[in-house]
Design a protein around this ligand. Structure first.
Ligand code: SR1
Length: 340
């Protein structure tokens, strides 16, 4: 039995202890909080980094707009804690639960328990392991294709490439499937190293990994880093080694900090494919609200990504993520899980 496969057991034992002791964790709460409001629990596996912070800001703003009482649980990357948080959300007696990231083996028992208790579940970027859950994703296969088309065009399909990836995260796995296809279609694209870590210091740890991989592989001309913390780390490594003229970075996601990095003079991060994270947080809260109020809702909700090249961002003259949807209106998707 692997360490990860022990987690549900550990989580279940800890949850029982929690129930027996009468303790409950204290999630951060926002919203109306009165008896008439819809109560939604947001159960997150991760909370740090630009993407996750913007996502939460969008979720909280949408909850405020809808008068939703939103309880936010953040496991900070601790899978057993996320399983416990799901138990706490069920015990809270909320009207719907939104699960944000995580691993099937840790969230599935709680998701199934919630659904069995008639609490609807919406699952963003996680395979919840129960077909009754509503799923939300950013069309990861399109996201990866958009940016990999740029990589293939810029390199004529011939390059040594460093790849940043951590298996097990649903969006990264879906992007990885596209990368595998692209490599098969372009045999002269050679992946010479794989790097990646997901934790609270992702960017700085990936920077160290990318630096070592670049030093070991001096003919690398491209880095595929499909998560903004990966791309920021890779950018730092290229800059520290003075390789801006020879190595290009193809990333994912967007934030104000990312825009600054991408549009800086001689930045090697030349393209990203992204949704607006705050919009995706808002979509997730709307979906949970619709599920809680028995409204019509698609089973699988997709938020389409947009290609944002360095040239296009510079031309648009935007410097914050808030200004982005003015220049790229497709980043705003009020018609996805709409609530007037
Ligand atoms: C560790 S998973 C990181 C990804 O989750 C979201 O889908 C963002 O797009 C980010 O790239």
């Amino acid at each position: 039995m692997t360490a990860r496969s022990l987690l549900p057991l550990a989580a279940a034992a800890a949850a029982s202890a929690l129930l027996l002791s009468g303790c409950a964790s204290s999630p951060a709460a926002s919203g109306a909080g009165n008896d008439d409001s819809v109560d939604i629990a947001l159960v997150r596996q991760l909370g740090s980094g630009d993407y996750f912070e913007l996502w939460l800001a969008g979720a909280e703003a949408e909850a405020e707009r809808l008068g939703v009482n939103l309880s936010v649980y953040n496991a900070n990357g601790d899978d057993a804690q996320q399983a416990l948080d799901l138990e706490s959300a069920i015990n809270e007696g909320v009207d719907a639960i939104a699960v944000d990231h995580g691993f099937t083996e840790t969230v599935q028992p709680g998701v199934t328990a919630a659904l069995d208790a008639d609490i609807p579940v919406v699952a963003f970027d996680v395979d919840a392991g129960d077909d009754r859950a509503i799923t939300i994703a950013q069309s990861d296969s399109d996201l990866a294709s958009l940016v990999l088309d740029e990589l293939v065009a810029d390199t004529d399909g011939e390059a040594q490439v460093i790849y940043a990836y951590v298996a097990g995260f649903a969006p990264l796995d879906r992007r990885n499937a596209v990368w595998e296809d692209v490599k098969a279609e372009n045999p002269d694209l050679e992946q010479v190293a794989q790097i990646g870590v997901v934790n609270e210091s992702t960017a700085s740890e990936v920077a160290n990994q990318a630096k070592a991989a670049l030093q070991a592989n001096p003919d690398v001309t491209a880095i595929f880093a499909p998560y903004d913390e990966f791309a920021k780390g890779a950018t730092l490594a290229v800059q520290e080694l003075g390789l801006e003229d020879s190595v290009r970075i193809y990333g994912a996601d967007i934030s104000t900090a990312d825009i600054e990095v991408i549009t800086a003079d001689s930045s090697p991060w030349v393209a990203t494919a992204a949704t607006d994270p705050s919009n995706v947080g808002a979509v997730t809260v709307r979906a949970a609200y619709l599920a809680a109020t028995d409204a019509d809702l698609e089973q699988a909700i997709e938020v389409p990504p947009t290609l944002l090249t360095q040239d296009a961002l510079r031309e648009a003259g935007v410097s914050t993520v808030e200004e982005l949807s003015g220049a790229f209106p497709e980043l705003s998707t009020p018609d996805v899980a709409p609530v007037d």
